[in-house]
Write a protein that binds this ligand. Structure first.
Ligand code: HEC
Length: 207
């Protein structure tokens, strides 16, 4: 074995070690897999002067099967659903930008849907709630992020979506302020989860 061969081998080894050292860290290193809450309680409504009990009961049934509480209840996204805060918003947020690209994704915290006037939707009319659920258009003229699955609710018929609004408006108000949304690049102060569908960039869809 001559010198130049040894040198070449040393060089190759050094490059390999350097490459391994620089390999990008696993972006999911700081994440853990979660078991979502399977049993979700939805609170009982209060007697309503505005809506017949069967409409409110139908709304409760719909909200249950559409699993609104899976996001809008504290502890449902991660931890354990908090029975004192059913439908009163989540202190655990949802990342809406790709956490694989940026260690500090944008985060949104599902809102308090009880009729508390300050921290919930006490100021929302039936029409405003209906509009948000089916189209994502909020009462301030903006559009909800599609993390709120309004696209999946777009085909609720008038009777069903009205029952959903009737149920939400008949809930006992719970005072609970959810954390402020976090723009991408900022450090989140409250925990968050992420879910989504990610597609490989190097393969194209064959139409
Ligand atoms: C996958 C999680 C998820 C589910 C399921 C979900 N939401 Fe939401 N919802 C959100 C998020 C996140 C927001 C905040 C959206 C934004 O501000 O851009 C939101 C916002 C809302 C708002 C607006 C409240 C406000 O104060 O701005 C209403 C009303 C609402 N959701 C009702 C519902 C109803 C009713 C259901 C079930 C039929 C439901 N949501 C299911 C995540 C969810």
């Amino acid at each position: 074995m001559n010198m130049s061969k040894i040198n070449r081998r040393t060089l190759l080894l050094t490059v390999l070690v350097l490459l391994l050292g620089c390999a990008s860290p696993n972006p999911l290193e700081n994440y853990e897999e979660l078991e979502p809450a399977t049993v979700l309680a939805h609170p009982e409504a209060m007697p309503s002067e505005e809506y017949p009990p069967e409409v409110v009961a139908h709304g409760q049934y719909l909200v249950k099967i559409l699993r609104c509480g899976a996001c809008h209840t504290d502890g449902a996204l991660a931890g354990r659903p908090n029975p004192a805060r059913l439908m009163a918003g989540s202190s655990v947020g949802i990342a809406f930008t790709n956490p694989l690209d940026d260690a500090r994704p944008g985060i949104i915290y599902p809102s308090n849907l009880t009729p508390d006037p300050e921290t919930g939707i006490g100021g929302w009319s039936e029409r405003e709630i209906i509009q948000m659920v089916r189209t994502g258009d909020n009462r301030h003229g903006g559009k909800a992020l599609s993390v709120m699955p309004y696209l999946a609710y777009a085909d609720l018929n008038d009777e069903d979506v009205r029952a959903v609004a009737a149920y939400l408006r008949s809930l006992p108000p719970v005072r609970h302020e959810v954390p402020a949304n976090v723009p991408e690049g900022r450090r989140a102060r409250a925990p968050y989860v992420h879910f989504g569908v990610y597609m490989s960039k190097d393969l194209v869809i064959d139409p």
